[in-house]
Design a binder for this molecule. Structure first.
Ligand code: BGC
Length: 723
């Protein structure tokens, strides 16, 4: 093309871009219009410009192309709040004074609400915050399955069940993306441990992959239209997720039709040609001296020039980036501006915290406490005063504020009740923690702290021990070594209980802990999670009965670590950088219920201050669909919410199936004495297993049992139907 012609063509293309932009400004483009705009833009780019869109140009940004009006992309962690601003070219905080944000409860807490509508509110509020900070992609939610109680990142994720995860994550994503910010579902896939996460190779059979580890991601793509997916660090069947043709190209892009962006976890791309050809789109966080040295920078240009990567492959990646930009209205004038640290967002954080709290044990109605009859309360434990927002690594939040349990209680109780605080145990370094008193780093000090706590407990009417874990344990990059409570908490709880049996233990953690040293004696135990900036408010309202607990466990609490399937089978953390998921589909309650191993607390468990009665189960069939109806009555004196869980048992199948699988749930708010109706529809999807012979889902004819209950181990009604 001669120069004049080139100028003419460029002028025409720019003009047509501008003429379209009136529509773009209102954000009303149809998918077809978006695709033609993308085509136009790509056709105007040089190879260098295209490639500039495919790699980071700072820790959390991707360069734009000014000449074509393409803005830079701004990315941010993470799943439970907008992370503080990080320096452009180092991990140091950027030093902003305006980046303290709303700190929401973490993933396990959100999952414990079993409330998809609330998940949507959470997503909307997070999306608002992201936009107010000018972010285009939020690096979350995280949904790796809890395969082991030890995984350091369990707290960020949503538990052990693919159905619960799918129902919740779809709403989070829809909520976030409704605010014109792209969610980035992570970590795709099989990043179920932190030990050697960037080198370990995972082997898992196809059926397990499809039934346990992929459904959350599939739902995010197909039902929520997630705009980006983060490739994990680990390998699967020998190939890194950064260049895993099967999971990226075949499953995600071809089979599920994902049309958004696959971006790498930070420093998770290992090569140019394979990654480019196998489905990675955007490389982030690689440790190189210059951004031009990224695998998807100069080396990609060379690979195209020497024919190892077709330019059409690059065009597809660029199109995906542009598609994400159009879908989040980055070219539009009416993009959501967002809002930041509003009371509404803080109230969303509070609501999630309230609905997340799980009442694990409550002998003889020990809780709720009665403000008017309690004169003094001993509040004991490091977690009563510890703030957790800044921990956990990449998901850490510089919180606008964080109300600790002690602050929450003081505010809630005012002058009416005297609070006596004692530390009880000391947070030492992670390496040093000793679970037995004599193994603690400073046994003399540990004994002294317990002694003081015992004195305070003996001198108070009631005791609240705030223990559990903190982000030295529930953290990215490391797994726990065992499931016992750290420091000298077991001994503390035992001795405090002896001094004052009116003791409740409140656990802050995102993973299960062993409780056998004291669980039989202590009358009340509460799982509070990492409950966000309003955690202290929520727990006070729960303990004193203003809010009736309604959370349910999104994962099983095993009695001891060896009971949990990956550990029983000896398949964690793997050998020689190889981990085989030999327990197959028997993950979480699927294992405990099938193999009859008694858990400490089962999946789906959570008590209330009231009682619920299930009755009138009716089943009818119509056109291959099974309609399940039942009534649930709040028979107690307090208003409350029940999460009615529907499990399916396949009575006879050509392949081994778990004892039961969650296939429906509904959270029902009922006033004292009120009866509510619940309805579920069961289709072939709920009855199917993944058939590796045909590589598709299959529902076999025969008898199925539908089980309705308050947890996986507390089934209240059941019936058999023939499909
Ligand atoms: C984490 C991701 C995170 C990224 C950016 C990685 O280490 O695995 O979850 O989004 O860092 O901070």
């Amino acid at each position: 093309m001669n120069l004049k012609l080139k100028i003419l063509v460029s002028a025409f293309l720019i003009l047509s871009f501008i003429s379209c932009s009136n529509k773009a400004e209102t954000g009303q483009l149809t998918d077809q219009e978006i695709e033609s705009r993308i085509e136009q833009l790509v056709s105007q780019m040089t190879l260098k410009e295209k490639v500039s869109l495919l790699h980071g140009n700072s820790k959390f940004t991707v360069a734009g192309i000014e000449r074509l009006g393409i803005p830079a992309l701004q990315l941010s962690d993470g799943p439970h709040g907008v992370r503080q601003e990080i320096s452009k070219h180092s991990w140091d905080p950027a030093g902003w004074t305006t980046d303290s944000s709303t700190y929401f409860p973490t993933g396990t807490a959100l999952a414990a609400t079993w409330n998809p509508a609330l998940a949507k509110e959470f997503g909307q509020a997070l999306g608002e915050e992201a936009r107010a900070r000018n972010k285009d992609i939020m690096l979350g939610p995280g949904i790796n399955i809890m395969r082991t109680p030890l995984c350091g990142r369990n707290f960020e994720y949503m538990g052990e069940d693919p159905y619960l995860i799918s129902e919740m994550v779809v709403e989070v994503i829809k909520g976030m993306q409704s605010r014109d910010v792209a969610a980035c579902i992570k970590h795709y896939a099989l990043n179920n441990q932190e030990v050697e996460r960037d080198r370990v190779n995972v082997e898992v059979d196809e059926r397990t992959l499809r039934e346990i580890y992929l459904p959350g991601f599939e739902a995010a793509v197909k039902e929520a239209g997630v705009l980006s997916v983060m490739g994990a660090y680990n390998k699967f069947r020998g190939d890194y997720l950064g260049n895993n043709a099967y999971l990226l190209n075949d499953v995600l892009k071809t089979e599920w039709g994902f049309s958004g962006v696959v971006l790498s976890d930070w420093d998770a791309v290992h090569n140019t040609v394979e990654s480019a050809n196998n489905g990675m789109d955007l490389e982030m966080g690689t440790s190189k001296d210059s951004y031009d040295d990224y695998y998807f920078a100069d080396p990609l240009i060379e690979a195209v020039q020497n024919g190892e990567v077709q330019e059409s492959v690059v065009d597809d990646k660029v199109s995906r980036i542009l598609r994400l930009m159009f879908k989040t209205k980055m070219f539009s004038n009416d993009r959501h501006a967002g809002s930041f640290n509003t009371r509404e967002h803080q109230l969303a954080a509070l609501k999630v915290a309230q609905e997340a709290v799980v009442l694990l044990k409550n002998d003889n109605g020990f809780l709720p406490l009665d403000k008017s009859s309690v004169k003094s309360i001993a509040v004991i434990g490091d977690n009563a005063t510890r703030k957790h927002s800044e921990g956990g690594h990449s998901s850490a939040i510089k919180a606008k504020y964080e109300i600790t349990p002690l602050q929450g209680l003081k505010k809630y109780l005012g002058e009416e009740v005297k609070i006596n605080y004692a530390l009880g145990y000391e947070k030492t370094t992670r390496e040093e923690y000793g679970k037995e008193l004599d193994h603690s780093p400073d046994p003399v000090k540990a004994r002294q702290l317990i002694k003081e706590a015992v004195q305070v407990a003996a001198a108070s009417d009631m005791v609240l021990i705030f223990g559990g874990l903190n982000h030295d344990f529930d953290t990215e990059g490391k797994d726990r070594k065992h499931m016992k409570l750290p420091y000298t908490q077991d001994e503390l709880i035992r001795q405090v209980y002896k001094a004052n049996p009116n003791t409740a233990v409140i656990l802050i953690s995102g993973s299960p802990v062993e409780m056998h040293p004291w669980i039989e004696s202590v009358p009340a135990v509460v799982q509070m999670w990492f409950a966000g900036m309003e955690g202290g408010t929520a727990i006070s309202e729960i303990l004193f009965g203003d809010v009736n607990p309604s959370g349910k466990l999104p994962f099983t609490f095993p009695v001891k670590l060896e009971d949990s399937p990956a550990h029983k089978a000896g398949n964690y953390p793997g050998e020689n950088l190889q981990v085989n998921y030999e327990e197959g589909i028997l993950v979480g309650y699927r294992y405990f219920d099938t193999e009859n191993v008694a858990p400490l607390f089962p999946f789906g468990h959570g008590l209330s201050y009231t009682e619920f009665e299930y009755s009138d189960l009716k089943i009818s069939q119509n056109n291959g669909e099974v309609l399940v109806k039942l009534s649930v009555k709040n028979t107690g004196a307090a208003d409350g919410a029940e999460i009615v869980q529907l499990y399916i048992r396949d009575e006879e199948a050509s392949v081994p199936r778990p004892d039961k699988e969650l296939k429906g749930f509904q959270k029902l708010f009922l006033k004292a004495g009120q009866t509510g109706q619940v309805e579920f529809r069961i289709t072939s999807a709920e009855l199917s297993f993944y058939d590796v012979g045909t590589m598709s889902w299959k529902a076999e004819k025969g008898d199925f049992e539908v089980l309705l209950g308050s947890s996986s181990r507390d089934i209240r009604l059941s019936a058999v139907f023939t499909y």
